[in-house]
Write a protein that binds this ligand. Structure first.
Ligand code: UD1
Length: 374
């Protein structure tokens, strides 16, 4: 048996943790073939945004913490690059894995590619075709430098090929975020989150809003006014991202006083427990569009576009537009959706991480890169 392949994963934010946890677990199941190093950039640093996920998902502590914290996009990206480069030089991984589309993904993929280390992008090929979203730039750059493009939805292949990706680099492996959901569902149900909040199954709307396009301007106030109106007929729960909380405070909006149940960010088990038993979810998140699709919960996306069109095609996700006034339609749309939309997407089956690790095991990339350096 040869030396184990050294895989280094870089995570930075909440959704990255759920996407990477099953890969960490699968690599640990094959210790003869792989060694794994987990690097946390520290883009998300509050306990509620970070620590709780490592504990709940059983990932253990990251091996390295870069503590980059908040800042402008350039500052945050630059700090990750500066702090990651010496670590990659020291550790010499065979492959660097980056999940998702956040600033940490962009920064890590650039550093690794410049050091001529093979890069694997998990969740490659998603496109909103909206470059005002920072995530869209991050996706395009990460995909353009990645050597292994792990896709989880049918349109991703076409998006990548159109941009000139090599067909051999694309691997349709499925959705690791759904792996986490499938693995955790028994525990999620055991927790009975709705009961702990005094709620009945199917008796409330769950809300998450955090994107700059929505929360950094006047639309946030409009959204809260609309949510307060909905709350008169259906309880509205709003676990609040720190960016949104800060914006509400800055604008002097007291959502709680207006009848919306505002709360701090929740851990994974509690949050997914509330999703799973909700009447519907209103969100501007990417991952939640996928999780609700898997669970058959009606999702209403307060954005003009989605990089996850499969969730709309399957009928579980409705794109409302960046139009807070449409929140008023949500109770009627929920009633119309009753009966549930239980839909499956190929590869959203709990086994995506196994397929990724199979690809890593068979890849000749590390040897090819080494040979090209000699
Ligand atoms: C980031 C991602 C977004 C993802 C989201 C998930 C980018 C460009 N955006 O957005 O795609 O959907 O994570 O949550 O990478 N803050 C805290 N504590 C924290 C983290 C952030 O208070 O632990 C506050 C800071 O004031 C910070 C603001 O939230 O300035 C925004 O954080 P940042 O990491 O820049 O982006 P997110 O909005 O979290």
């Amino acid at each position: 048996m040869g030396t184990p392949l050294k895989i280094l994963s870089v995570v930075g934010t909440r959704p990255n943790f759920m996407k990477t946890a099953p890969i960490v677990a699968e690599l640990a199941r094959r210790p003869d073939a792989f060694e794994h190093v987990l690097v946390h950039t520290g883009q998300h640093y509050d306990d509620a945004m970070s620590r709780v996920f490592f504990e709940e998902l059983g990932v253990g502590h990251p091996d390295h913490m870069l503590n980059v914290g908040s800042g402008s996009h350039a500052q945050q990206t630059a700090r990750v690059m500066e702090r990651l480069e010496p670590l990659l030089l020291e550790l010499e991984p065979d492959i660097v894995l980056v999940p998702g589309d956040v600033n940490s993904t962009l920064a890590a993929s650039l550093v690794a590619a410049k050091l001529r280390l093979p890069v694997g992008h998990v969740e490659a090929g998603l496109r909103s075709f909206d470059r005002t979203m920072p995530e869209e730039i991050n996706r395009i750059v990460a995909d353009s430098v990645a050597d292994l493009l792990f896709i989880h939805s049918p349109e991703a292949r076409g998006n990548l090929l159109r941009e000139g990706a090599s067909a051999q680099a694309i691997h349709e492996v499925g959705n690791t975020m759904i792996d986490t959901l499938v693995a955790m569902l028994p525990r999620i149900r055991d927790e009975d989150a709705p009961a702990r909040h005094g709620l009945t199954r199917g008796g409330y709307l769950l809300v998450t809003l955090h994107r700059p396009a929505l929360v950094d301007g006047a639309l946030l106030g409009d959204a809260v006014t609309q949510l307060a109106a909905v709350a008169r007929e259906l309880p509205v729960l709003f676990p609040c991202h720190p960016r949104t909380r800060a914006a509400l405070e800055a604008m002097g909006i007291d959502a709680q006083d207006m009848g919306v149940r505002l709360m701090d960010p929740l851990g994974y088990l509690e949050f997914m427990g509330l999703v799973e038993a909700s009447a519907g979810v209103l969100t501007d998140s990417g991952g939640i569009q996928e999780e609700t699709t898997h669970l058959g919960i009606p999702c209403f996306t307060l954005r003009d576009n989605t990089e996850r069109p499969v969730t709309v095609e399957l009928g579980s996700n409705t794109l409302l537009g960046l139009a807070p006034e449409r929140i008023a339609e949500v109770p009627a749309l929920i009633a119309a959706a009753s009966g549930g939309v239980r839909s499956t997407v190929p590869g959203w089956d709990g086994h995506a991480a196994e397929r990724i690790v199979d690809v890593l095991a068979e890849s000749d990339l590390p040897e090819r890169v080494l040979a090209s350096r000699l």
